[in-house]
Design a binder for this molecule. Structure first.
Ligand code: ZN
Length: 370
């Protein structure tokens, strides 16, 4: 077994602190910029980068989808007051229809998969734009601190986010500091020739490996449903590549698909790689001594995460400590108390749960002070 004794769980709040949009605002964020992109100039009349043909097609799919499912003419008239559906609702409804082999009318029978892919494209694009514009680098501060303290090697990461902020931070030190980002799964890229193929990605060296388990998928992974294999697009968001360049599997030519699973729909996931990740997450949590839960408040929908945490609590032979880092500036008191209660309610041994007053930023910079 590995020498990992600390696990850092990164929830949406961690990504938010570095500029990623919140789950509930994703659709709204997208729509507010889509119109500008479509028109080709900003609200101040400044011309912006023109859309590619594939992007224009994606946008028109999304327009059709919003009109049909949510009764909104979103892209031609952005409405601040409109109550936007969540990304999860948008994706979940399409997933269930596909799983049950049902449709929403003859005309859309073959379109559901296109809608789904366009939606994921939208999310990838929106997240990418927000992150590019952001100036916070908390994840980087965190990794630098762990390297400095000499504890990175004994730390594993669990990310509940699709974005690749932590991935890029760890890739940044991949070759320079003797660390090797390890997602815990086998990628197609391992088989590619590192001398002649820019898409090759070496198998992580077990003695250097830093584990990152992404339970809900990742924007830099592409899946070939024919080969049943995953490819990693290093430092590039795979979903974007797949839709702007129509990425095909290099082995068989099948169009690659993104791997993104909304938490509410997690129980239906059948992807063998995500199952593998789930299993390895379970193992690492059960053997850890310290778990740091960052920017995450144990929502009802995430029963699969609760399940893993319960197993970690009950099956762990170590004197496990759990730290919650969930504070941020402006968080109101009643909300804080409610969230604290949720954690204390959930765990059996209340004394092992330390609900800190720290924000993610504080934790990244200073860690937990005794
Ligand atoms: Zn293939």
């Amino acid at each position: 077994m590995s020498s990992v004794d600390s696990v850092i769980i990164l929830g949406a709040g961690a990504s938010f602190s570095d500029g990623a949009p919140l789950q509930n605002d994703l659709i709204k964020e997208f729509c507010s910029t889509a119109l500008i992109r479509k028109l080709g100039f900003s609200s101040k009349g400044i011309p912006i980068e023109k859309l590619s043909e594939i992007e224009i097609n994606q946008l028109s799919q999304i327009e059709k989808y919003f009109d049909l499912f949510w009764g909104a003419d979103l892209l031609s008239s952005f409405d601040k007051k409109f109550s936007y559906p969540t990304f999860e609702d948008c994706l979940g409804i399409l997933d269930i229809a596909q799983n049950r082999n049902e449709s929403f009318g003859l005309e859309y029978r073959s379109k559901l998969n296109e809608f789904r892919n366009s939606l994921i494209f939208l999310i990838a694009k929106t997240i990418e734009e927000k992150l590019t514009a952001s100036e916070s680098h908390n994840h980087e501060t965190l990794i630098n601190r762990l390297v400095k303290q000499g504890t990175l090697r004994s730390t594993a990461f669990i990310s509940l986010n699709y974005d690749i902020i932590i991935d890029n931070t760890l890739t940044g030190i991949r070759n320079s500091d003797g660390f090797d980002l390890d997602y815990g799964i086998e990628f197609m890229n391992f088989k590619r020739d590192p001398n002649s193929d820019e898409n090759s990605w070496g198998r992580p060296n077990p003695t250097k490996s830093i584990l990152l388990f992404k339970l809900h998928g990742s924007l830099n992974w592409l899946y070939c449903p024919t080969c049943n294999q995953i490819e990693i697009t290093p430092k590039i968001k795979g979903a974007i590549k797949a839709f702007t360049q129509s990425e095909k599997c290099y082995a068989c030519g099948t169009p690659m698909e993104p791997i993104i699973v909304p938490p509410t729909y997690f129980k239906e996931m059948e992807n063998v790689y995500l199952q593998q990740i789930f299993q390895r997450t379970d193992e690492i949590l059960r053997n850890s001594k310290k778990i740091y839960i960052c920017g995450y408040s144990l929502p009802d929908a995430d029963l699969h995460i609760k399940y893993l945490l319960k197993r970690a609590e009950l099956l762990n032979r170590n004197p496990l400590e759990i730290f919650i880092i969930n504070n941020h500036k402006g968080k109101k008191n009643p909300k804080k108390i409610d969230k604290k209660k949720r954690f204390l309610q959930f765990f059996k041994r209340k004394t092992m749960v330390k609900y800190t007053e720290l924000s993610f930023e504080d934790f990244c910079r200073d860690g937990i002070q005794d």
